[in-house]
Unconditional design. Structure first.
Length: 357
């Protein structure tokens, strides 16, 4: 199921891996089973309570990480620190996966692959993270999140071109308003409305720069390529998303760390205020919570539940982003938001109800 509200924020989380599996419609739910335990299975009420609790944590962490990262990137000192930031998050992801893979927790069984073998996927993953991060730095949260929805149509097109894989005609038609809606919102978001309210006082209205749109579309393309690669690696190495990410994260973190001196604009660290470092640590903590919660909710989330949760996160992030942007409900770009959200919900409904086979 397409969860279009993951962090992502361009962050390499297990949830992003599950987005990618959903986009290829080839999710393997049997290859990531936890260790067997002799304890009796929990009751349905207990499982439902656990699912709802961890889903709430996942949603709160996902929303929190987007707005925390946006606040960090709004700081000129960190706006051009994207590779450092992504490397830090890869490290957080790798450490989280290491902890939850220990036998005491048993979320998944680690499986190793060669470094050279994983390099193409790790390199692709770096672009899949850094470009969306740059999009978030130079765009509003609304445009950033809506552009992420384009991963679904772009992956469908790429799968058709490479593998002649098709989707139902009705689903393809539902993706047309998705693309149009993103285009309308992005266009008007680069053109601020009159900066004075009804009382005549000036107000600040957040806008998206042209370079932000470029990074957003480049990020969608990079994510689509990564989607195709991850599907191929699933089949080639017979690994689950958790196992692949466990191999990728340390390699990607090291690759990005090595490029930091050449591409990042490193500020004078001694003058960075303490609250900014606290926000960076918060961002890493949110990333860990998203990873951990995803393990606990995956067993209790069928396709319908997962899709609904994904749409709730999309609507929540877009709605909050709009509220903080300073734009009114009557702004021209609001029509694009409605088209995009409506289109992706329609697409999900059609795909969930299509005949099996």
């Amino acid at each position: 199921m397409p969860d279009n509200a993951a962090p992502e924020n361009g962050i390499p989380l297990l949830e992003r891996e599950r987005d990618i599996e959903a986009a290829t419609a080839d999710t393997d739910t049997d290859s990531n089973k936890p260790y067997e335990t002799p304890s009796p299975p929990p009751s349905q009420a207990a499982k439902r309570k656990s699912f709802l609790t961890w889903t709430a944590i996942n949603m709160a962490a996902t929303i929190g990480i987007v707005f925390t990262n946006k606040a960090i990137f709004n700081d000129p000192a960190f706006k051009l620190m994207q590779t450092s930031f992504a490397s830090f998050h890869f490290m957080c992801t790798g450490l989280t996966l290491y902890v939850v893979s220990r036998k005491a927790i048993g979320a998944f069984v680690p499986k190793r692959a060669g470094v050279v073998e994983m390099l193409p996927l790790a390199l692709s993953m770096c672009l899949n993270v850094v470009l969306p991060n740059l999009s978030l730095a130079f765009s509003t949260v609304t445009v950033y999140q809506l552009c992420r929805v384009l991963l679904t149509p772009s992956t469908a097109i790429l799968n058709f071109v490479l593998y002649r894989a098709t989707i139902p005609r009705a689903a393809a038609l539902a993706l047309i308003p998705v693309c149009l809606g993103v285009g309308i919102t992005s266009y008007y978001d680069t053109k601020p409305p009159p900066a004075s309210g009804a009382d005549g006082e000036s107000k600040i209205v957040a806008t998206t720069s042209t370079i932000g749109i470029f990074f957003a579309l480049s990020g969608v393309f990079a994510s689509s390529v990564y989607t195709v690669l991850i599907a191929a690696y699933h089949k080639k190495l017979q690994m689950s998303s958790s196992q692949l990410l466990f191999n990728q994260a340390p390699i990607s973190s090291l690759l990005l760390f090595l490029t930091v001196p050449f591409v990042d604009h490193i500020p004078v660290l001694s003058i960075v205020p303490g609250y900014r470092w606290a926000m960076i640590l918060m961002s890493g903590a949110f990333a860990a919570l998203i990873n951990i919660s995803q393990f606990f909710i995956v067993a209790g989330s069928g396709p319908v539940s997962s899709t609904v949760v994904g749409h709730l996160k999309t609507v929540s992030i877009v709605g909050l982003g709009w509220a903080f942007s300073g734009r009114g409900v009557g702004d021209a770009s609001a029509g694009g938001v409605v088209m995009t959200v409506g289109g992706i919900i329609g697409y999900s409904y059609i795909m969930l109800n299509k005949p099996k086979g």
